[in-house]
Design a protein around this ligand. Structure first.
Ligand SMILES: O=C(O)CCC(=O)C(=O)O
Length: 291
Protein backbone atom coordinates (compact mmCIF):
# COMPACT_ATOMS: atom_id res chain seq x y z
CA UNK A 1 0.00 0.00 0.00
CA UNK A 2 1.07 3.60 -0.53
CA UNK A 3 1.29 5.86 2.52
CA UNK A 4 -1.10 8.81 2.87
CA UNK A 5 1.80 11.12 1.95
CA UNK A 6 2.49 9.12 -1.25
CA UNK A 7 -1.16 9.30 -2.30
CA UNK A 8 -1.09 13.05 -1.64
CA UNK A 9 2.09 13.36 -3.71
CA UNK A 10 0.35 11.62 -6.63
CA UNK A 11 -2.62 14.00 -6.37
CA UNK A 12 -0.38 17.08 -6.08
CA UNK A 13 2.46 16.28 -8.53
CA UNK A 14 0.83 13.71 -10.83
CA UNK A 15 3.26 10.90 -10.03
CA UNK A 16 4.59 8.74 -7.24
CA UNK A 17 7.27 6.03 -7.01
CA UNK A 18 6.84 2.92 -4.84
CA UNK A 19 10.22 1.33 -4.25
CA UNK A 20 10.92 -2.42 -4.20
CA UNK A 21 7.33 -3.62 -4.71
CA UNK A 22 8.37 -6.86 -6.42
CA UNK A 23 10.36 -9.57 -4.69
CA UNK A 24 13.37 -11.22 -6.33
CA UNK A 25 11.44 -14.16 -7.73
CA UNK A 26 8.66 -12.01 -9.24
CA UNK A 27 11.30 -9.84 -10.88
CA UNK A 28 13.31 -12.82 -12.15
CA UNK A 29 10.18 -14.38 -13.72
CA UNK A 30 9.30 -11.20 -15.63
CA UNK A 31 12.91 -10.61 -16.70
CA UNK A 32 13.32 -14.22 -17.84
CA UNK A 33 10.23 -14.03 -20.05
CA UNK A 34 11.38 -10.73 -21.55
CA UNK A 35 14.84 -12.14 -22.28
CA UNK A 36 13.14 -15.02 -24.13
CA UNK A 37 11.01 -12.55 -26.14
CA UNK A 38 14.04 -10.47 -27.08
CA UNK A 39 15.75 -13.56 -28.42
CA UNK A 40 12.60 -14.20 -30.50
CA UNK A 41 13.37 -11.06 -32.54
CA UNK A 42 16.32 -12.78 -34.22
CA UNK A 43 15.59 -13.20 -37.92
CA UNK A 44 12.90 -10.49 -38.07
CA UNK A 45 13.14 -8.15 -41.05
CA UNK A 46 10.56 -5.56 -39.91
CA UNK A 47 8.07 -4.54 -37.19
CA UNK A 48 5.38 -7.10 -36.30
CA UNK A 49 2.23 -6.90 -34.16
CA UNK A 50 4.46 -7.82 -31.20
CA UNK A 51 7.85 -6.28 -31.97
CA UNK A 52 8.75 -2.64 -32.59
CA UNK A 53 12.36 -2.52 -33.78
CA UNK A 54 15.12 0.09 -33.60
CA UNK A 55 16.00 1.66 -36.99
CA UNK A 56 19.41 -0.05 -36.86
CA UNK A 57 17.97 -3.52 -36.11
CA UNK A 58 19.42 -6.33 -38.19
CA UNK A 59 18.00 -9.87 -38.41
CA UNK A 60 21.31 -11.27 -37.17
CA UNK A 61 21.84 -8.45 -34.62
CA UNK A 62 18.33 -7.87 -33.22
CA UNK A 63 17.51 -4.53 -31.54
CA UNK A 64 14.02 -4.38 -30.04
CA UNK A 65 12.60 -1.00 -28.98
CA UNK A 66 9.24 -2.18 -27.70
CA UNK A 67 7.15 -5.31 -27.08
CA UNK A 68 3.62 -4.20 -28.00
CA UNK A 69 0.59 -5.09 -25.81
CA UNK A 70 2.30 -8.05 -24.07
CA UNK A 71 -0.86 -8.72 -21.98
CA UNK A 72 -2.65 -9.75 -25.20
CA UNK A 73 -0.06 -12.29 -26.29
CA UNK A 74 1.62 -13.65 -23.16
CA UNK A 75 -0.34 -14.98 -20.16
CA UNK A 76 2.40 -13.97 -17.70
CA UNK A 77 1.89 -10.30 -18.53
CA UNK A 78 -1.92 -10.65 -18.34
CA UNK A 79 -1.76 -12.45 -15.00
CA UNK A 80 0.64 -9.90 -13.56
CA UNK A 81 -2.06 -7.21 -13.41
CA UNK A 82 -3.85 -9.31 -10.77
CA UNK A 83 -0.81 -8.93 -8.49
CA UNK A 84 -2.48 -7.97 -5.19
CA UNK A 85 0.23 -5.43 -4.31
CA UNK A 86 -0.31 -3.62 -7.61
CA UNK A 87 -4.09 -3.80 -7.43
CA UNK A 88 -4.19 -2.32 -3.93
CA UNK A 89 -2.16 0.69 -5.07
CA UNK A 90 -4.33 1.17 -8.16
CA UNK A 91 -7.42 1.17 -5.98
CA UNK A 92 -5.84 3.83 -3.76
CA UNK A 93 -5.06 6.07 -6.73
CA UNK A 94 -8.01 5.42 -9.05
CA UNK A 95 -11.14 3.83 -7.60
CA UNK A 96 -12.31 0.51 -6.12
CA UNK A 97 -13.24 -0.64 -9.63
CA UNK A 98 -10.25 -0.71 -11.98
CA UNK A 99 -9.87 -1.61 -15.67
CA UNK A 100 -6.72 -2.50 -17.62
CA UNK A 101 -6.40 -0.23 -20.67
CA UNK A 102 -3.15 -1.37 -22.31
CA UNK A 103 0.44 -2.51 -21.92
CA UNK A 104 3.89 -2.29 -23.52
CA UNK A 105 7.50 -2.99 -22.65
CA UNK A 106 9.89 -0.21 -23.61
CA UNK A 107 13.41 -1.44 -24.03
CA UNK A 108 16.41 0.83 -24.03
CA UNK A 109 19.44 -1.15 -25.05
CA UNK A 110 22.86 -0.08 -23.74
CA UNK A 111 24.47 2.87 -25.57
CA UNK A 112 21.64 4.41 -27.50
CA UNK A 113 18.19 3.05 -26.57
CA UNK A 114 15.67 5.51 -28.01
CA UNK A 115 14.54 8.76 -26.38
CA UNK A 116 10.81 9.50 -25.98
CA UNK A 117 9.76 13.12 -26.58
CA UNK A 118 7.62 15.15 -24.15
CA UNK A 119 3.99 14.12 -24.25
CA UNK A 120 0.83 13.44 -22.26
CA UNK A 121 -0.63 9.94 -22.52
CA UNK A 122 -4.00 11.71 -22.39
CA UNK A 123 -3.34 13.07 -25.89
CA UNK A 124 -3.33 9.46 -27.15
CA UNK A 125 -6.36 8.13 -25.26
CA UNK A 126 -8.67 10.75 -23.71
CA UNK A 127 -11.46 9.33 -21.54
CA UNK A 128 -14.71 10.61 -20.05
CA UNK A 129 -12.86 11.35 -16.81
CA UNK A 130 -9.17 11.48 -15.98
CA UNK A 131 -8.91 8.73 -13.38
CA UNK A 132 -6.41 7.20 -15.77
CA UNK A 133 -2.75 6.42 -15.09
CA UNK A 134 0.28 4.46 -16.27
CA UNK A 135 2.44 2.19 -14.14
CA UNK A 136 6.11 1.69 -14.95
CA UNK A 137 7.33 -1.63 -13.56
CA UNK A 138 11.10 -1.25 -13.43
CA UNK A 139 12.66 -4.47 -14.68
CA UNK A 140 16.12 -2.86 -14.43
CA UNK A 141 17.57 -0.34 -12.03
CA UNK A 142 16.45 3.00 -13.50
CA UNK A 143 19.20 5.56 -12.96
CA UNK A 144 20.08 8.92 -14.55
CA UNK A 145 22.41 7.39 -17.10
CA UNK A 146 20.10 4.73 -18.53
CA UNK A 147 17.21 6.98 -19.57
CA UNK A 148 14.69 6.97 -16.71
CA UNK A 149 11.17 8.34 -17.08
CA UNK A 150 11.11 12.11 -16.47
CA UNK A 151 8.05 13.97 -15.27
CA UNK A 152 7.13 17.66 -15.18
CA UNK A 153 5.32 17.75 -11.82
CA UNK A 154 1.88 19.35 -11.55
CA UNK A 155 1.19 19.44 -15.30
CA UNK A 156 -1.62 16.88 -14.85
CA UNK A 157 -3.95 19.70 -13.73
CA UNK A 158 -3.06 21.97 -16.67
CA UNK A 159 -4.08 22.02 -20.32
CA UNK A 160 -3.90 19.24 -22.83
CA UNK A 161 -1.09 20.38 -25.14
CA UNK A 162 -1.05 20.33 -28.92
CA UNK A 163 0.51 17.02 -29.98
CA UNK A 164 0.01 17.63 -33.69
CA UNK A 165 2.61 18.44 -36.29
CA UNK A 166 1.78 19.75 -39.76
CA UNK A 167 -1.86 18.80 -39.34
CA UNK A 168 -1.44 15.21 -38.11
CA UNK A 169 -1.25 13.71 -34.65
CA UNK A 170 2.45 13.25 -33.85
CA UNK A 171 2.36 11.97 -30.25
CA UNK A 172 4.70 14.70 -28.96
CA UNK A 173 4.53 18.38 -28.01
CA UNK A 174 7.12 21.13 -28.19
CA UNK A 175 7.83 22.35 -24.63
CA UNK A 176 9.59 25.51 -25.88
CA UNK A 177 6.36 26.66 -27.57
CA UNK A 178 4.66 26.86 -24.17
CA UNK A 179 7.58 28.28 -22.17
CA UNK A 180 7.63 25.28 -19.86
CA UNK A 181 10.51 25.17 -17.39
CA UNK A 182 12.06 21.74 -17.98
CA UNK A 183 14.63 22.36 -15.25
CA UNK A 184 11.76 21.52 -12.86
CA UNK A 185 11.54 18.01 -14.31
CA UNK A 186 12.10 15.06 -12.06
CA UNK A 187 13.72 11.75 -13.01
CA UNK A 188 11.98 8.66 -11.64
CA UNK A 189 15.06 6.76 -10.49
CA UNK A 190 14.68 3.62 -8.36
CA UNK A 191 15.96 0.05 -8.10
CA UNK A 192 14.63 -2.81 -10.23
CA UNK A 193 11.37 -4.12 -8.78
CA UNK A 194 10.08 -0.61 -8.03
CA UNK A 195 7.01 0.87 -9.73
CA UNK A 196 6.21 4.41 -10.84
CA UNK A 197 2.64 5.67 -11.21
CA UNK A 198 1.99 8.67 -13.43
CA UNK A 199 -1.26 10.46 -14.20
CA UNK A 200 -2.37 10.29 -17.86
CA UNK A 201 -2.29 14.11 -18.12
CA UNK A 202 1.18 14.67 -16.65
CA UNK A 203 3.90 15.69 -19.14
CA UNK A 204 6.70 13.16 -19.38
CA UNK A 205 9.60 12.07 -21.58
CA UNK A 206 12.83 10.13 -21.37
CA UNK A 207 16.33 10.54 -22.77
CA UNK A 208 18.50 8.10 -24.65
CA UNK A 209 20.30 5.43 -22.69
CA UNK A 210 23.94 6.52 -22.63
CA UNK A 211 25.11 3.80 -20.23
CA UNK A 212 26.39 0.28 -20.72
CA UNK A 213 23.31 -1.16 -19.00
CA UNK A 214 19.87 -1.83 -20.43
CA UNK A 215 16.70 -0.08 -19.24
CA UNK A 216 13.71 -2.41 -19.42
CA UNK A 217 10.42 -0.80 -18.40
CA UNK A 218 7.13 -2.73 -18.38
CA UNK A 219 4.30 -0.21 -18.71
CA UNK A 220 0.61 -0.79 -18.03
CA UNK A 221 -2.22 1.72 -18.36
CA UNK A 222 -5.22 1.53 -16.03
CA UNK A 223 -8.44 3.48 -15.63
CA UNK A 224 -11.27 3.74 -13.14
CA UNK A 225 -13.97 1.39 -14.45
CA UNK A 226 -16.30 4.32 -15.13
CA UNK A 227 -13.75 6.12 -17.35
CA UNK A 228 -14.71 5.30 -20.94
CA UNK A 229 -12.38 5.92 -23.88
CA UNK A 230 -13.58 8.74 -26.15
CA UNK A 231 -12.43 6.66 -29.11
CA UNK A 232 -15.37 4.37 -28.27
CA UNK A 233 -15.81 0.73 -27.28
CA UNK A 234 -16.24 -1.65 -30.18
CA UNK A 235 -16.38 -4.94 -28.21
CA UNK A 236 -18.19 -4.69 -24.89
CA UNK A 237 -17.25 -8.22 -23.77
CA UNK A 238 -13.58 -7.58 -24.42
CA UNK A 239 -13.85 -4.21 -22.61
CA UNK A 240 -15.50 -5.75 -19.57
CA UNK A 241 -13.04 -8.66 -19.72
CA UNK A 242 -10.34 -6.16 -18.75
CA UNK A 243 -12.01 -5.25 -15.44
CA UNK A 244 -9.70 -6.20 -12.59
CA UNK A 245 -12.05 -5.35 -9.75
CA UNK A 246 -15.61 -4.07 -9.28
CA UNK A 247 -18.65 -4.42 -11.51
CA UNK A 248 -19.12 -3.42 -15.15
CA UNK A 249 -21.13 -0.26 -15.72
CA UNK A 250 -22.92 1.25 -18.71
CA UNK A 251 -22.84 4.66 -17.07
CA UNK A 252 -19.56 6.46 -17.80
CA UNK A 253 -18.67 9.23 -15.35
CA UNK A 254 -18.43 12.50 -17.27
CA UNK A 255 -16.06 15.10 -15.89
CA UNK A 256 -15.07 18.50 -17.24
CA UNK A 257 -11.67 17.51 -18.63
CA UNK A 258 -9.68 19.17 -21.45
CA UNK A 259 -9.68 17.01 -24.58
CA UNK A 260 -7.94 17.20 -27.94
CA UNK A 261 -8.50 14.18 -30.14
CA UNK A 262 -5.53 12.40 -31.77
CA UNK A 263 -6.97 12.93 -35.26
CA UNK A 264 -6.18 12.78 -38.10
CA UNK A 265 -4.09 9.76 -37.08
CA UNK A 266 -0.29 9.90 -37.03
CA UNK A 267 1.42 9.60 -40.40
CA UNK A 268 3.80 7.03 -38.93
CA UNK A 269 1.76 4.29 -37.25
CA UNK A 270 2.85 1.43 -35.01
CA UNK A 271 4.25 2.93 -31.79
CA UNK A 272 4.99 6.22 -30.07
CA UNK A 273 8.50 6.12 -31.54
CA UNK A 274 7.05 5.92 -35.02
CA UNK A 275 4.40 8.62 -34.33
CA UNK A 276 7.06 11.00 -33.00
CA UNK A 277 9.24 10.66 -36.13
CA UNK A 278 7.06 13.39 -37.66
CA UNK A 279 8.45 15.97 -35.19
CA UNK A 280 11.44 17.64 -36.77
CA UNK A 281 12.87 19.05 -33.55
CA UNK A 282 13.90 16.84 -30.64
CA UNK A 283 13.48 18.38 -27.18
CA UNK A 284 14.89 15.42 -25.27
CA UNK A 285 18.61 15.16 -25.75
CA UNK A 286 20.13 15.27 -22.33
CA UNK A 287 19.00 13.45 -19.21
CA UNK A 288 17.02 15.95 -17.10
CA UNK A 289 17.87 16.96 -13.58
CA UNK A 290 17.80 14.39 -10.83
CA UNK A 291 15.14 14.55 -8.14
O1 LIG B 1 9.88 4.39 -22.00
C1 LIG B 1 9.87 5.56 -21.62
O2 LIG B 1 10.80 6.06 -21.01
C2 LIG B 1 8.69 6.47 -21.87
C3 LIG B 1 7.45 5.73 -22.09
C4 LIG B 1 6.28 6.53 -22.48
O3 LIG B 1 6.08 7.63 -22.04
C5 LIG B 1 5.34 5.92 -23.42
O4 LIG B 1 5.63 4.88 -24.01
O5 LIG B 1 4.23 6.52 -23.56
Amino acid sequence: MLSKAQVEQYREDGYVVAENVLDRSELATLRGKLQELLEGARGLTGHTEIYDLEPFHKPDDPRVRRIKTPHKFFPLFREFVQNPKLLRILQQLLAPAVRLHGSKINIKAPQGGAAVEWHQDWAFYPHTNDDVLAVGVMLDDCMMENGPLMILPGTHTGPVYDHHFEGYFAGAMDPTRYGLDLSRSVALTAPAGSMSFHHARVLHASAQNTSNRSRWLLLYEFTAADAWPLSGVSDLDEFNGRLLSGEPTLEPRLEKVPVRLPLPPALHQGSIYENQRAMKKAAVREPALAM
